[in-house]
Unconditional design. Structure first.
Length: 76
């Protein structure tokens, strides 16, 4: 996959294209089955990642809080 096509896929998925660019990109995908398959795989991957949530490790939070206390910061 070329870097330009890869960038276009991300721009489409992140809604960073104009209406005209979107239309052209969809037309391109409809005429290029290999790129359409790659786009669908990328889209599925992004959808899976959007369901994941992360929380900081409690030990990390405690270290940050201890460090800020050393400098006289107060946390509210």
């Amino acid at each position: 996959m070329s870097a330009l096509i890869n960038e276009s896929m991300f721009r489409y998925l992140y809604n960073e294209m104009s209406a005209e660019e979107k239309s052209d990109f969809i037309s391109f995908l409809e005429n290029d089955p290999v790129s359409m398959e790659q786009f669908n795989e990328l889209k599925e991957g992004m959808e899976c990642l959007s369901c994941i949530s992360y929380s900081p490790n409690e030990n990390s939070v405690n270290k940050i809080m201890a460090y800020t206390a050393m400098d006289g910061f107060t946390v509210q």
